[in-house]
Design a protein around this ligand. Structure first.
Ligand code: ZN
Length: 135
């Protein structure tokens, strides 16, 4: 996936009410497949897909798009997603990379630090392998 550069990113949700996304905000990066005819053929699209299918959202905006995509009762939906766009969102869901906000990362780091400090023995399974600390 293409690295999103810069400190500020535009949210890909067309109904976004928040300021631009910064690197300290909780965000979701996704990629979907190109629909037949390309993204420019989509009308009243709720998502501003980039040409390569990438999109980046505030966590809140992404959650709303996904929730709307899954709603069966259209009357309760905050906005309407076309059938094509629902397919794109479902495809994008498979690739979603969730980035926690800096605040969340900080809180989790101190929580884990407390766990380690108060542990007699510590075994950690990480994505990179196996870390074993004897305290
Ligand atoms: Zn947004």
């Amino acid at each position: 996936m293409e690295e999103v550069s810069g400190i500020y990113m535009h949210c890909s949700f067309n109904g976004c009410q928040f300021p631009r996304i910064t690197t300290v905000d909780a965000r979701v990066e996704v990629r979907t497949s190109m629909p037949t005819g390309g993204f420019s053929k989509l009308h009243n699209s709720k998502v501003k897909w980039r040409r390569n299918g990438d999109a980046v959202f505030h966590r809140t905006c992404w959650d709303m798009v996904v929730k709307t995509c899954r709603m069966r009762n259209k009357k309760r939906a905050p906005f309407v997603l076309s059938a094509i766009e629902k397919t794109l969102v479902r495809e994008a869901l498979k690739t979603a990379e969730f980035h926690d906000s800096l605040e969340t990362v900080g809180n989790e780091a101190s929580r884990i630090a407390d766990l380690i400090k108060n542990a007699k023995h510590c075994v950690a399974f990480t994505a990179r392998g196996f870390l074993h600390l004897l305290v």
